[in-house]
Each structure stands twice: as structure tokens, then as C-alpha cells.
Design a protein around this ligand. Structure first.
Ligand code: RVP
Length: 493
């Protein structure tokens, strides 16, 4: 062998942070989680995350809904490339077309029967339908308050709708604040937005406005559209990248379990030559050599980790991999050396096996600039899967990109599946991302406050960590007390 490292590699779970001096500046409300997404020749504020968390490029994690919601909350989701080029580009277009609060409406015709409209509301799960003619001119609006299916079933929509002349509309508005001002003065629950010819463009719902005025951390591009990221591979990049750029993508990541390859070099060099304004993340790598190689060929961010993902069996199958903590420590050293030498700061991203806030904190403290997670996001409403129940618990399916399920779309075309590197399973449903993220972020900030770090740069500089023994991990959990299953478990005596 070229080299044998006898010191075992470490996982995030084996580390704890030692507290430093907490000051006024490092109280939780003063802590910033802003972090660079990629190296930029010229400072461009669009390439900063406002939270150090991104969603993995996986079929069961990052679709359009996740990408939009996470961009609103300050992060980004990488639209997966394990799908045909055209459908991935269409997902990017949908993110770019989306305007917070502006819903492209499903319309009905004035001659539709109320009975059929009622059936449609049941199928769709919503009650408000704009009524338009064949040229999309707005004729009225009909909601569930405008009819009762028993007496009105045989009438037409035209006979029950609120007609256009009684409606307040917004003409060519694309700003949620303006829409809000107009809507506030009406008694309507919804504001139709039309063009100069009175053709319907969008609906703005009163109930949505609060939500959309309320995203102080959102990440936007230079046209005030949501920031969009996508994964690419080293096979079809010459066709895939142009389609994604055309659709408006802002950031690309080469998706591979082993990124230390001449194929990534070729991909990086090709994108740099044709689209120098789009930064590309290389990876995954777990060695200093891997980092140096990717950066030398143009990677503007580097993703770290191999075999540690919750659904990943690469280590088992191929024997390649490294504990994520050791990988971060080594690659962060390479990043800092490169920064000293060149003045270029290349962010590194910890990826795979990051389960909870404690793991995020340790990954950042060891030197990561942000983390990528799959399992964490797969549990949320916004992941592209349907809920199921298993033994009375609500779950969502989650599968690896190296699993047979994820590879099906292309194996048929390109190669035969000889072995898999990922598994298919389920994760416990957790609700809306918006309801889960605050607790995760609060814990990260509380840890940074203990360390005495007001931002992630300071965390890198000030963090002091220690490896813990298996026994001390046990000591860190609740122990030597009886934990009743529920309040009904005991009786006062
Ligand atoms: P986790 O957050 O632990 O679920 O890990 C997600 C990561 O696992 C992904 O970002 C990717 O690097 C890796 N992955 C995805 N699919 C597979 C696989 O099938 N082996 N691994």
C-alpha cells in the first residue's frame, strides 16, 4: 500500500464542544448563520446562504416544493439529476416562475354545471375558481360560498359566480406588498391579477399573505426570483448544463460518491469554459488530495463525505469511505492551506449521516461551512413523496440515489445494475419544514453562543472539541432514573 493510517477515522457522534466565553455579542439573538455557498471572483450576495443547511440532490428529497420552501427559509435544495434532462430543467423553470403568493390558477368555464364544479372542488381540494372565457378574460370568481349543490346543481357557473364588475383586481402587479394593500381594502378572500387586456394571470390569497411577507432570510437571484440549485453528472453535462442554465439555474453540484476523478475535472473545466458565471461544487471527496485536485480544476465549493449517509452502503459494498468527522478535519486543513496560498476561500460542505442539530454543530465546528442533509428533509411535507402508515406511525419513503429504485430511470438506457450502493426505507413524518427548522436553528445558535462565536467563521476559529469515550456518551444521555412511558403509568401513594 501507498500508506496505511493506523489512527482510526472518527464520526461526528464522537465529538463534543467545550464552551468558551459567552458575551453580549454571542447571545443567541446576535448570532448570524450566514455562510458562503461558493467562491466568487467578485463578491455576489446571491451566493450566500442565510442558514448553513442545504437539501440533498435526491429523488425522495429535493423537488420543486422543497426548493422553493428552503429558498424562502434561507437555504437551497439541489434538484436531483437522476431524471431526464428536460424534466430537471422544467423543475428549475417552475422554481424561477414561482412568485411568492402568486398562484397560477386553475380556471373554469362559465358554462360548467355547478354539479361538475362541486366534483372538481372535491378532486382538487380547493374551493376558489376564477371563471374565464376562451381568451382567458376574467368573467368572475366562484367559491364554495356562492352555491349549494342541492338547489343549484343544474345551474351554470355563470349564474352563481361573482361577476367581474363586482371584483377588485390588480393589474400587472408582481409585488406581494402591493397586492396586500389592494386586498386589504376589499372584502374578498382572493385578489385576481390580470394584464392590461383583463386576461387572468394569478390569484393572491388573503390567507397566504402573512406567510409571504414573513421570509426575512429568503435567497433570491438578481431578478428577485427564488435561487435555484441543481445536481449534474459527469456523463451528459454537455447537454444537461445548457438546459439547466437556459432554465435559470444559479448553482450546480456534480453528484458522485467519488469525486476524485478525471471525469469531474473534465466536467468542471467544460462548465468553467462555457458558463464562467455559474459556480460548480465538486465532490464528494474525503482527502486533502481530493480537495486540491477539484479546486485546481475549478471547483468553487467542495462536498465532503463518503459512505456515511443514512441510506448509504458504499462502505459495506466497496470498502471505501471515511468517518465524516475525520474527512471534514482533513479537508478543512486543505481548504485553509489553499486560502493562505491563493487568497481564495472555497467553502466545504459536510454531507452524509448528519442526523440532528448536534451533528450540524459539530460538523460546522470542525470546519464545514455548511451541511447537506437527505434524511432530515425527507421527513417533511415538502419532500416529493406521499405519506404512508406503518404500525400506526405516519412515515414517508426515503431511498438512496444508489438504490435500485433511484437508478431505474437510467439503468435501462445506459448500463446494467450490477450492485447497489443505497437502500430504500422509511423515515418518520415530521410535518412542515417551516415548523421544524426553528428548533434546529435555535440549537445551533445556542451551541455557538456557548462557544462564544457570533458567526460560523468565528466558530471555526474558536471551537475547541474533544473526542469522547463510549461511556461518556452514555453519561450524556438521561441515566439512572426511571422514565415512565406515560403519566398513566404511576399511581400516587
Ligand atoms: P443523510 O442525510 O444521512 O440521509 O445522507 C444524505 C447523503 O447520502 C446524500 O447527500 C448523498 O451524499 C448520500 N447518498 C445519497 N444516496 C446515496 C446512496 O444511495 N448510497 N447516498
Amino acid at each position: 500500500p501507498k500508506k496505511i493510517h493506523l489512527e482510526p477515522s472518527r464520526t461526528l457522534m464522537e465529538f463534543r464542544l467545550l464552551p468558551g466565553l459567552t458575551t453580549e455579542q454571542t447571545l443567541i439573538h446576535n448570532i448570524s448563520l450566514r455562510t458562503p455557498m461558493a467562491y466568487q471572483e467578485e463578491e455576489d450576495s446571491k451566493y450566500y446562504l442565510n442558514i448553513p443547511i442545504v437539501a440533498a440532490a435526491m429523488q425522495s428529497v429535493s423537488g420543486v416544493k422543497m426548493a422553493i420552501e428552503l429558498a424562502k427559509l434561507g437555504g437551497t435544495a439541489f434538484i436531483y439529476c437522476s431524471q431526464p434532462i428536460e424534466s430537471q430543467a422544467e423543475m428549475i423553470r417552475q422554481i424561477k416562475r414561482y412568485k411568492a403568493g402568486f398562484v397560477p390558477p386553475e380556471t373554469v368555464s362559465p358554462d360548467m354545471l355547478i354539479r361538475d364544479l362541486y366534483e372538481l372542488t372535491r378532486q382538487r381540494g380547493y374551493n376558489t375558481f376564477p371563471v374565464v372565457d376562451e381568451q382567458k378574460h376574467l368573467l368572475g370568481i366562484i367559491t364554495k360560498n356562492d352555491y349549494d349543490v342541492k338547489p343549484h346543481g343544474d345551474l351554470t357557473v355563470k349564474e352563481r359566480m361573482i361577476p367581474r364588475k363586482e371584483l377588485t383586481v390588480g393589474v400587472n402587479i408582481d409585488n406581494i406588498k402591493q397586492a396586500n394593500t389592494l386586498l386589504r381594502e376589499t372584502h374578498q378572500s382572493v385578489l385576481p391579477i390580470v394584464d392590461e387586456q383583463d386576461r387572468l394571470l394569478f390569484l393572491v390569497f388573503r390567507k397566504d399573505i402573512r406567510n409571504h411577507l414573513d421570509n426575512p432570510h429568503e435567497i433570491l437571484d438578481e431578478h428577485k426570483r427564488y435561487f435555484a440549485s441543481a445536481a449534474i453528472n459527469t456523463h451528459d453535462y454537455m447537454e444537461r448544463v445548457p438546459a439547466l442554465v437556459e432554465a435559470g439555474v444559479d448553482f450546480l453540484a456534480i453528484d458522485s460518491s467519488d469525486g476524485h476523478s478525471v471525469f469531474q475535472q473534465k466536467t468542471l473545466e467544460w462548465v468553467r469554459e462555457h458558463y464562467p458565471h455559474i459556480p460548480v461544487m465538486g465532490g464528494n471527496i474525503i482527502t486533502e488530495d481530493g480537495f486540491d485536485f477539484l479546486v485546481e480544476h475549478g471547483a468553487r465549493a467542495v462536498k465532503v463525505g463518503m459512505g456515511s449517509g443514512s441510506i448509504c452502503i458504499t462502505q459495506e459494498q466497496k470498502g471505501t469511505g471515511r468517518g465524516l468527522a475525520t474527512a471534514i478535519i482533513k479537508v478543512a486543513e486543505a481548504r485553509d492551506r489553499y486560502f493562505k496560498k491563493s487568497g481564495r476561500y472555497i467553502p466545504i460542505v459536510a454531507d452524509g449521516g448528519i442526523v440532528n442539530s448536534k451533528d450540524i454543530v459539530i460538523a460546522l465546528a470542525l470546519g464545514a461551512d455548511y451541511v447537506m442533509m437527505g434524511r432530515y428533509f425527507a421527513r417533511m411535507d415538502e419532500s416529493p413523496t406521499e405519506k404512508v402508515t406503518i404500525h400506526n406511525r405516519v412515515m414517508k419513503p426515503y431511498w438512496g440515489e444508489g438504490s435500485a429504485r433511484a437508478r431505474e430511470w437510467k439503468e435501462a438506457r445506459y448500463h446494467q445494475l450490477i450492485f447497489v450502493e443505497g437502500v430504500e426505507g422509511f423515515v418518520q413524518y415530521a410535518g412542515k419544514l417551516r415548523d421544524n427548522l426553528p428548533e434546529t436553528l435555535a440549537k445551533i445558535k445556542a451551541a455557538m453562543s456557548s462557544v462564544g462565536a457570533a458567526n460560523i467563521r468565528e466558530l471555526h476559529e474558536k471551537a475547541e472539541l474533544e473526542v469522547v469515550s463510549a461511556l461518556s456518551i452514555r453519561e450524556g444521555k438521561a441515566h439512572d432514573i426511571y422514565l415512565p412511558g406515560s403519566e398513566n403509568d404511576y399511581t400516587a401513594i
